[in-house]
Design a protein around this ligand. Structure first.
Ligand code: SIN
Length: 529
């Protein structure tokens, strides 16, 4: 039986209604930059974000933003590296657009006041895994995301065409005859439902890292955009491809804090508990091998050495380099008693980035008219089966921009507000469901069975367990925690289903029972209700 399209009872005629040309959901780089681009073209924008505007994955990004701007680099080299990392599943045209339009978008960010680091009068560029050139711009050493978030949030807050509504959580999309007219949202402060009609509704809600117990993502990353699009009937693609980051602080009592790949880019070594520098045994690029390879090598070493962690050793780098390039990591580790110029950093892998998402074309259009997606929420094949490090911030800029250019030229006026939507008393009043414990159970389950190493048996177990929560679909949700858990269940299913279907290993999807890539599987898994 299909679960209902809506998760709460409502009637749009009885709710406060707002209307705008663009309704954008999400306030990371993709949402903010798209709002800015729309406003530049004279349009009015409402931007909904479920907590504070700066509570996003973007804000946490450390390594940087990749762009072929150096004279020793070129978009062609960036394209080749991206295709190689994507393990055969990248859409070549999408990548061509990313690498060729990317430098202009980055210059735009600089023009808006984002301060990147400079060396000898030139933008300082670092390297990360699987990049053949130094092409990663960074800010305040390892606080690139925070600087981009600051610059964009400041800019958007000052813009008269843009209204940012914080504490507004999208509940469901309002779609009729495959046209999206708007979004139903919950104002968390008043607990009221509100309707936002828009000619273009843009999903930029980020990823789903919170599906896993160990994640680099903030609490807000619960896959909301993907879940609501799927419930509304949109196609989702590549949901099996989740990137785990190899090096996240693993210290009891400390949060799972990201230790940027740029640390390895600047020369740090990975060692097991016996001090053995093991990556040279696994890949010619050693510590800078593609992330999935480093993750599996770490898990193997953790198994062999019966340890819950491995160690990142920076002791051969100069203290000056470390403090200049990684001030945030240094400070955070120091708070837990680690002097990273001397002490090895205990690390383990954690969920980091979703390559899949709401299927879009090169202009951000989804399979529903009037509904667009960009950033981590979207999937247009630009990252293939495995994203190249530091391509994600760039993706948010380039494809957010393209949505606005498209809507300006071809956006259709669907007369939002002329129709009404309801879900009248179809759902029962909430009963005693312990959403907090379900959230925790989902996270453990996904880590155990749909993490970096999967088997068909494990995935079936995961699906059976997720299915056992099916009963809650009968109840209407009445608060943000419940909405997030419902969304996590939705996207958890999609990840496990797609991972079960793909009987091979490729990029971020590794099946122990089918460990090789298979030619026949050079295709995408697309799911629709
Ligand atoms: C990092 O700093 O290691 C993360 C960069 C990325 O995921 O692109």
């Amino acid at each position: 039986m299909l679960t209902p399209s809506y998760i709460t009872n409502f009637d749009t005629r009885q709710l406060p209604r707002h209307e705008c040309e663009y309704v954008i959901i999400g306030s990371g780089i993709a949402g903010l930059y798209t709002a800015y681009a729309a406003s530049q073209s004279g349009s009015r924008v409402i931007l909904l974000t479920k907590q504070a505007a700066d509570n996003s994955n973007t804000d946490k990004a450390q390594g940087g933003i990749a762009a072929a701007i150096s004279t020793s680099d070129s978009p062609e080299l960036h394209l080749e590296d991206t295709l190689l990392a994507g393990a055969g599943l990248c859409d070549r045209e999408a990548v061509r657009i990313l690498v060729s339009e990317g430098p202009d978008r980055v210059r735009d960010l600089i023009g808006m006041g984002a301060h990147f680091d400079y060396k000898d009068g030139e933008l300082a560029l670092t390297r990360e895994g699987a990049h053949s050139r130094r092409r990663i711009l960074h800010a305040s050493g390892d606080a690139t995301g925070a600087e981009i978030q600051r610059a964009l949030t400041d800019r958007v807050r000052r813009d008269k065409n843009i209204q940012i509504l914080e504490d507004h959580l999208a509940v469901d999309l309002l779609v009729k005859e495959n046209v999206c007219h708007g979004v139903l949202a919950l104002d968390r402060r008043s607990n009221d439902l509100k309707v936002f009609w828009g000619k273009a509704v843009i999903l930029a809600t980020g990823g789903l890292g919170q599906l896993y117990e160990y994640s680099t993502n903030p609490e807000v990353a619960t896959g909301d955009g993907i879940a609501i699009a799927y419930r509304a009937g949109a196609e989702v693609m590549d949901m099996e491809f989740i990137q785990f980051h190899p090096t996240v602080l693993s210290l009891s009592g400390a949060p799972r804090f990201l230790i940027s790949e740029a640390v390895r880019g600047e020369g740090a070594y990975l060692r097991n508990r016996y001090g053995d520098r093991f990556m040279t045994r696994y890949h010619a690029l050693a510590e800078l091998a593609p992330r999935d390879i480093v993750v599996r090598a770490i898990l193997t070493e953790m198994g062999i050495t019966a340890s819950e962690r491995v160690f990142l050793d920076l002791s051969h780098l100069t203290p000056d380099l470390i403090s200049e390039r990684f001030p945030t990591i240094m400070k955070t580790c120091a708070a837990y008693g680690l002097d990273i110029t001397r002490d090895p950093i205990p690390v383990a892998p954690a969920a980091h980035y979703m390559m899949g998402g709401v299927k879009t074309n090169l202009n951000g259009e989804t399979s529903i008219h009037g509904l667009y997606a960009c950033g981590e929420t979207a999937c247009l094949g630009v990252h293939g089966a495995n994203r190249l490090a530091s391509n994600s911030l760039l993706d948010g800029l380039v494809f957010g921009w393209r949505i606005v250019q498209w809507v300006k030229k071809y956006g259709v006026d669907y007369c939002p507000g002329r129709c009404y939507f309801n879900c009248d008393r179809l759902l029962s009043q909430p009963s005693e469901v312990n959403y907090q414990s379900i959230r925790k159970e989902i996270q453990v389950l996904m880590g155990q069975y749909a993490g970096p190493v999967r088997t068909s048996q494990g995935l079936i177990k995961a699906l059976e367990k997720l299915e056992s929560y099916g009963y809650i679909a009968r109840y209407e949700v009445s608060g943000p925690e419940e909405i997030e858990v419902r969304n996590m269940l939705e996207v958890g299913h999609l990840v496990a289903e797609a991972a079960l279907v793909r009987t091979e290993s490729r990029g971020g999807h590794y099946r122990m029972d089918a460990p090789q890539p298979v030619e026949r599987w050079l295709k995408h898994v697309i799911i629709r209700r």
